[in-house]
Design a protein around this ligand. Structure first.
Ligand code: WT7
Length: 637
């Protein structure tokens, strides 16, 4: 089977893009016709960016799981839907065909119902990369409950914040998780989080590692026992809840430049169309191929390109529980070899780290099944791009550099594999439906080529966020108020002489560390929780593997004799409040921070010092006390 809307040439791409601009409603109605709807929409698009209001396919009735499961059970029941590779390479892998996955999703949907879940409930999922994570996500979607997946590396405090914000009533977790040579006690982290979460009524716990856990009578139950109950009830099938296209599908929390993370909301219809359309076109997916996206389902990349995009296309999606460097740095290549992976989608940070381990780990691994390579999450440097191209793709697999965000639902700017040209370190061209533009600080459009500016999008696309959960004003203020009538991405961008786009990185106070988005204010707040800290300022600096590292300037109260001990303690505090991913790489103790007379920290100066550009700090005359800069420069790490 081929996909009617798969773009096959540069000319077809240009025509599709042009049509999506000239006649967006007609264009997207045509794409949306390829899905299973219980009722077609009343209107294709209704929008204004000032509120903001964005509605796609409103009045259309569907369930995304019928598009990801039921329709493939009819036509290809025995095609593998999920292939799962365990953390430990000696543990047996698992395959779930479409028929089997459908059965398990229905079964677990009934478990949720037995535990009181209903349409519109928010359900928090805190698990590692086991097949049951995908089953849990799809089971929520099946019954119309809104899933909020929290990445397994987040701390109890972070989980608690997210559960409280969304007022979840159920948590789905596991006793523990395997990650490389570590065992993570998921359930005990959940127990700690739930002390401050009165909205939670049920906790469903999968057995994975077998470590002892405490179960609270009446609140906690075992996944396996609940499945048995459903088996005894004999009602394994679960009819899909009929959803409006604009009903919420999920919430996913992401960091911004201020305060606590926001719950980005995606809805059923537009998100389904967008993830499917971009999956099929960007990766040029062909029936029967194995797609290996190495992200965790705790991030948007996993939602869109492990679960919803591939499954809605009837593809085989590979889930990997472990990490790229365990038991050794050849693990990805073993997996590609073992399952004859066709499409590999990973992050620049993983590529750089594996590159640093040397090419011995590739030798003897058959990578000839690979047809398309992808990258996502941060700008890819040319060296890493070429290494990926030569040593993994053997100069025979197009690389797609896919730029997008949690808020965009799926890829917005990317070349199409083998169809439009690739250019190292450039995401290149917008997907059909995407109208990017560059603006200067005053919001004036920068026209022409060979220009740089702030990247905005001027027209809605089906996969965009609709709101931030529980706080629509925050959504407006964050994305739609910087520039009139535009969605602002927070990224800086260059458009070269060919009109190709290159994303240069965030222009706000957001860091991108190993492809993870980290807000500087969030890390500062966490550091300031340490009793010995008076004040702190966080900036990013270039890091060979992580892309950006976290540099912390910290003012301590009193005298700390053992500075290294205090540094460790501060890192512990950050790990406790946010999670290990936000630990600073460098901590410099300072006696003051460069501030303006109005008390604003001049991060520009700190950024330059962290980057090592100490001779060209620009204008420091507006500083309250310019002498602190000399001290900071002198003691730079
Ligand atoms: C930010 C979004 C998209 C899923 C993973 C991250 C950066 C993402 C690229 C790319 C340069 C990229 C941007 C963006 N980013 N992809 N191909 N080239 N930068 O999702 O956590 O929402 O982060 O990641 O800065 O704004 P996220």
């Amino acid at each position: 089977m081929s996909y009617p809307y798969q773009i096959k040439s540069l000319e077809e791409y240009q025509n599709a893009h042009q049509k999506s601009v000239d006649h967006p409603e007609e264009f997207w109605a045509g794409i949306a016709d390829n899905f299973k709807w219980h009722k077609k929409w009343d209107s294709v698009l209704d929008w204004n960016f000032n509120e903001p209001k964005v509605e796609w396919f409103k009045g259309g009735k569907l369930n995304i799981t019928e598009n990801c499961l039921d329709r493939w059970v009819e036509t290809q029941p025995d095609t593998p839907a999920i292939i799962w590779e365990a953390n430990d390479p000696t543990e047996k892998d698992k395959t779930l065909t479409y028929k089997e996955l459908h059965f398990k999703v229905c079964q677990f949907a009934n478990v949720l119902k037995n535990n009181g879940a209903k349409k519109g409930d928010r359900i928090c999922i805190y698990m590692s990369m086991v097949p049951e994570l995908a089953i849990a996500v799809l089971a929520c979607a099946r019954i119309g409950a809104i899933h909020s997946v929290v990445f397994g590396g987040f701390s109890a405090q972070s989980i608690s914040d997210r559960i409280q914000d969304a007022q979840c009533n159920i948590v789905i977790t596991a006793d523990g998780a395997y990650r490389g040579n570590k065992d993570i006690p998921l359930k005990s982290i959940i127990d700690e989080a739930l002390v401050t979460c009165p909205s939670i009524q049920k906790v469903i716990v999968l057995t994975r590692t077998g470590i002892p856990v405490s179960m609270i009578e009446g609140r906690d139950c075992w996944w396996e026992e609940e499945i048995k109950k459903v088996e005894e009830q004999g009602n394994a099938f679960c009819a899909a809840e009929i959803m409006d296209a604009e009903d919420m599908l999920f919430i996913l929390y992401t960091s911004g430049s201020t305060g606590k993370p926001k719950g980005v909301v995606h809805t059923c219809g537009g998100y389904m169309v967008w993830t499917n359309y971009t999956f099929i076109n960007v990766f040029q997916y062909q029936k029967g191929q194995v797609h290996f996206c190495t992200a965790d389902i705790g991030w948007i990349t996993g939602h869109s390109y492990i679960i919803y995009g591939p499954l809605s296309a009837g593809a085989t999606t590979l889930m990997f529980e472990g990490i790229p460097t365990w038991p050794d740095a050849g693990r990805f290549w073993d997996i590609v070899n073992k399952y004859k992976v066709d499409i590999l989608y990973t992050a620049p940070t993983a590529i750089r780290s594996l590159m640093a381990f040397g090419n011995d780990h590739i030798e003897g691994k058959n990578l000839s099944s690979l047809k398309v390579l992808g990258t996502v999450g941060e700008p890819i440097n040319e060296e890493a791009w070429h290494w990926y191209d030569e040593h993994i793709g053997k100069k025979n697999s197009p690389i797609v550099d896919t730029w997008w965000q949690t808020e965009t639902g799926g890829v917005l700017i990317s070349n199409l594999a083998g169809v439009t040209k690739a250019k190292p370190s450039f995401a290149t061209l917008p997907m059909p439906g995407v109208q990017p533009l560059l603006v200067d600080e005053n919001g004036k459009e920068i026209v022409g080529n060979n220009v740089s500016g702030n990247l905005c999008i001027k027209f809605p696309w089906p996969g965009m966020l609709r709101t931030t959960y529980g706080d629509h004003e925050r959504c407006r203020a964050t994305y739609f108020s910087t520039y009139n009538n535009l969605y602002f991405t927070g990224d800086g961008c260059l458009r070269d002489g060919d009109g190709d786009y290159r994303i240069t990185g965030r222009v706000d106070d957001v860091l991108n560390v190993s492809g993870h988005r980290i807000g500087t204010a969030e890390v500062e707040n966490a550091i300031n929780m340490h009793t010995g800290v008076v004040e702190s300022a966080i900036v990013g600096y270039p890091h060979d593997i992580k892309g950006q590292g976290i540099y912390a300037f910290v003012i301590l109260n009193g005298i700390h004799t053992d500075e290294n001990h205090t540094k460790k303690d501060i890192c512990q505090t950050v790990a406790k409040i946010i999670g290990a991913i936000a630990k600073p790489d460098k901590i410099q103790f300072v006696s003051g921070l460069p501030k303006t007379r109005s008390g604003k920290i001049m991060r520009r100066i700190l950024r330059k010092i962290a980057e090592g550009e100490i001779h060209n700090l620009g204008d420091t005359s507006t500083l309250l006390d310019p002498s602190v800069v000399d001290e900071i420069k002198m003691n730079r790490l």
